[in-house]
Design a protein around this ligand. Structure first.
Ligand code: IPM
Ligand code: MG
Length: 355
């Protein structure tokens, strides 16, 4: 198969971790007889510095033309600490999501048996955790009307949802639940917010189309609590943009390291794969960041964009092997020796060749 992939390394550790995912993907392609054509493009602070725009038109054109996008990370403190900055790397990310129509953000949380003691939660609480958040990604308060009134002394952001935006996201949730244990949790704040009441009403109306799926409706504050109490009680969760942003960060550490969790952002025509973590600017160029979340994002890319399930499964298998062997970056060592980012990539490539 020919795979055309846009490669957006981004900022901070982005280039280093992306390199490992590219090495691993190329090894997989060689093993299974595929051809990957990588097209690099600028994004984030790197793009601001080069052309003054965090998501240049040229990058958009490359992403649109590709079959899928593999993304590293964006953001640098020099922008965070400057409230007057006119362009921010994050604006590029939001514009990219909107322009590519990536309305469904798929964020799984699962545990690795060899890392169970790395979790901040007790073992018996997390064993068997295997859940997926479907976060709405192109609507809500992120994209609603915002501004200042009263000479700048009052500020507002608005959360707006159209029924169709909820339907298309919920549909993906129901479909995903059908392929798993058929449980769907709709997370909202329907006791307070009108937009949440529309979510609940809309999802309730869809239940009849998926009679096998057992749907629960839970308030976001209660979910935040239960996620750390009984994460293994959840299967598929659907929610709006901001709730999803917060809860997926919470969920991402259950496995023991934020450096492990991959994600996909999909729409009707485009798909982008990226690690859940940020650009870890302090580690830039030090070759110490954990590349596994990006490597696992590449596994999701093979599976979800190309239905190449054996390829994805082999990537997961070698990642689990490297963890079991203790060949890991410093965030995962248990007093053992820490490996470099690139060494972990090489190790995975070797395992693929030998498989
Ligand atoms: C994420 C990030 C982004 C978001 C930021 C960088 C704008 O936190 O992908 O979760 O809030 O969506
Ligand atoms: Mg976030």
């Amino acid at each position: 198969m020919n795979l055309n992939i846009a490669l957006l390394a981004g900022d901070g550790i982005g280039p280093e971790i992306i390199d490992q995912a590219v090495k691993v993907s190329n090894a997989i392609a060689e093993k299974f007889g595929h051809d990957i054509n990588w097209t690099p493009a600028l994004t984030g602070a790197a793009a601001i510095d080069a052309v003054g725009d965090p998501y240049p038109d040229e990058t958009h054109a490359i992403c649109e033309a590709a079959d899928a996008v593999l993304f590293g990370a964006i953001g640098l403190p020099r922008f965070d600490n400057d409230p007057s900055a006119k362009v921010r790397p994050e604006q590029g990310l939001l514009r990219m999501r909107k322009k590519l129509g990536l309305y469904a953000n798929v964020r799984p949380t699962f545990t690795f048996p060899s890392l169970i003691d790395k979790s901040p939660l007790k073992q018996e609480r997390i064993e068997g955790t295997d859940l997926v958040f479907l976060r709405e990604l192109t609507g809500g308060i992120y994209f609603g009307e915002r501004g200042r009134l009263n000479n700048g002394n009052t500020a507002f952001d608005t959360c707006t949802y159209h029924r169709e935006e909820i339907i298309r996201l919920a549909k993906k949730g129901f479909e995903l639940a059908m392929t798993r244990s058929k449980r769907l949790c709709c997370v909202d704040k329907a006791n307070v917010l009108e937009s949440s009441r529309l979510w609940r009403e809309t999802v309730q109306a869809m239940e009849k189309d998926y009679p096998e799926v057992e749907v629960s409706y839970e308030l976001v504050d209660a979910v935040a609590m239960r996620l750390v109490q009984w994460p293994n009680s959840y299967d598929v969760l659907i929610t709006e943009n901001l709730f999803g942003d917060i809860l997926t960060d919470e969920a991402s550490v259950i496995s023991g390291s934020m450096g492990l969790m991959p994600s996909a952002s999909v729409g009707n025509d485009n798909a982008l794969y990226e690690p859940i973590h940020g650009s870890y600017p302090q580690a830039t160029g030090l070759n110490l960041a954990n590349p596994l979340a990006t490597v696992l994002s590449a596994a999701m890319l093979f599976e979800m964009s190309f239905s190449l399930h054996e390829e994805g499964a082999l990537i997961r298998k070698v990642v689990e092997q490297s963890l079991a062997d203790g060949f890991v970056t410093e965030d995962l060592t248990n007093g053992g020796e820490a490996q470099k980012t690139s060494a972990v990539g090489d190790y995975l490539v070797d395992l693929i060749k030998k498989a």
